[in-house]
Design a protein around this ligand. Structure first.
Ligand SMILES: Cc1ncc(COP(=O)(O)O)c(C=O)c1O
Length: 401
């Protein structure tokens, strides 16, 4: 019988949902300020040394499949990034982006009706991949009043009252809130994972993007002895989104971790190989230390400056307020819809696109209605102009008293 599955209704990405409206506007010659997708390669060119390594790989004919689990020297380089964990190359699987790691994870551990703990607000793809496999998300709330701090007690209660819980996933630093979770938060989460006999997954794709006064701690440094999976990749800190290279590290050697790691490898054989020249390029990206450090330092300084500037401007508005991010590169302000004639974040995003040619993402797509997500990567002039126009637009749409 022809037809699509019931659960494929969850295959949505709120960041992309305006694509057809955008296309129509662009076809009619309009230029749109796009602040919806967190793509550092658009604002910080992928560093030249990585591009050179990609070109060399092509010129040297490195265009065949690699071993399904990934190019061994790249797996070694990734393990070396997490050397505190004692991981070795065989504990690493190279994926086509963290996105493919999420797809593998859910397909491997989730049966219809199983559940997984996801922070709210969330990176929407955690829920989409989970739900397309028939899984049910359980919220762990971040408290905006408290600077988007994790409500650990609430998370613990939610875990205890959930049935068939399989894993917990966190994004650290966090998309969309910009929270950086420290050692204490991570240990408390590890305790919850142990109490409930679940795997803990840490998506560390923004690991290097932490601002002044913040220190990034990998879950791998805290979760020794607890089954855990680290997801990371080249997209953000190496500004190489289009290379589609990610990694999954499963460093523990207990029964559950071994089974999951073996399945990750098996899954990778189903699609044969990740992009080969891109793997060589990312190998250089990680191992050419001085080039890498120079690039990351420059990018983080710029991103922090831009996000600080944007936060200040947003907080001068009468209609929106933001908790300034401590890492990653998103601003996630709450909009005071009570003072506006606009109904909600979806209507606002639609109107801003049509009337102001500014493209944002709606907070409800991240599990936080009344919020909007603004990507803080563009230069200050562009960000400043967009935020002033958003503020003016809100002012024009204030509710008549
Ligand atoms: C938290 C988080 N994880 C994963 C991804 C996607 O990563 P990749 O490009 O490696 O698939 C994103 C992209 O925005 C993200 O914000």
């Amino acid at each position: 019988m022809l037809g699509i599955s019931e659960r494929s209704k969850y295959s949505i990405n709120p960041i992309e949902e305006t694509n057809s409206a955008v296309k129509l506007l662009e076809l009619s010659g309009k230029k749109i300020t796009k602040l919806n997708i967190g793509d550092p390669a658009k604002y910080f060119r992928t560093p030249q040394y990585i591009i050179d390594a990609y070109i060399s790989a092509l010129k040297d004919g490195k265009t065949s499949y690699t071993t399904a689990g990934g190019l061994y020297p790249l797996r070694e380089a990734v393990a070396a990034e997490y050397k505190e964990s004692g991981a070795n190359a065989d504990d690493v699987i190279i994926t086509s982006g963290v996105s493919e790691g999420l797809m593998f994870l859910n397909s491997i551990v989730i049966n219809e009706g199983d559940s997984a703990m996801v922070m709210r607000p969330y990176y929407s793809m955690y829920n989409s991949f989970l739900q397309t496999m028939g899984g049910i998300p359980v919220d762990m709330n971040l408290d905006e009043q408290n600077g988007w701090k994790l409500d650990i007690e609430g998370a613990s209660k939610a875990a205890h009252s959930s049935k068939r819980l399989k894993y917990m996933i966190i994004a650290n630093p966090n998309n969309p809130t910009g929270t950086v979770f420290g050692r204490n938060d991570l240990s408390e989460l590890v305790d919850i994972a142990n109490d409930n006999d679940i795997v803990i997954v840490s998506d560390e794709i923004y690991d290097h993007l932490v601002f002044k006064g913040q220190k990034f701690t990998s879950l791998a440094d805290v979760a020794k002895g607890t089954p855990h999976i680290i997801l990371n990749g080249a997209s953000k800190a190496l500004a190489a989104t289009g290379f589609r290279i990610g990694y999954a590290l499963i460093p523990e050697h207990d029964k559950a971790s071994d089974a999951i790691r073996e399945k990750f490898i098996e899954y990778s054989t189903m699609r044969l190989s990740a992009n080969t020249p891109a793997q060589y390029a990312v190998l250089s990206g990680l191992t050419e230390r001085s080039e890498r450090e120079r690039f990351v330092k420059h990018m983080v300084k710029e991103v922090e400056d831009r996000c600080d500037y944007a936060s200040k401007l947003i907080n001068e508005s009468k209609y929106m307020k933001v908790v300034p991010p401590k890492g990653a590169f998103y601003l996630f302000p709450k909009v005071d819809f009570k003072s506006l004639s606009i109904k909600d974040d979806k209507e606002l995003v639609d109107l801003l696109l049509k009337r102001e040619l500014i493209l944002l993402s709606r907070g409800s797509g991240f599990g936080a209605a009344s919020h909007i997500r603004i990507v803080g990567l563009p230069e200050k002039e562009i960000l400043g102009d967009a935020i002033s126009r958003i503020d003016a637009f809100l002012g024009k749409n204030r509710r008549a008293r």
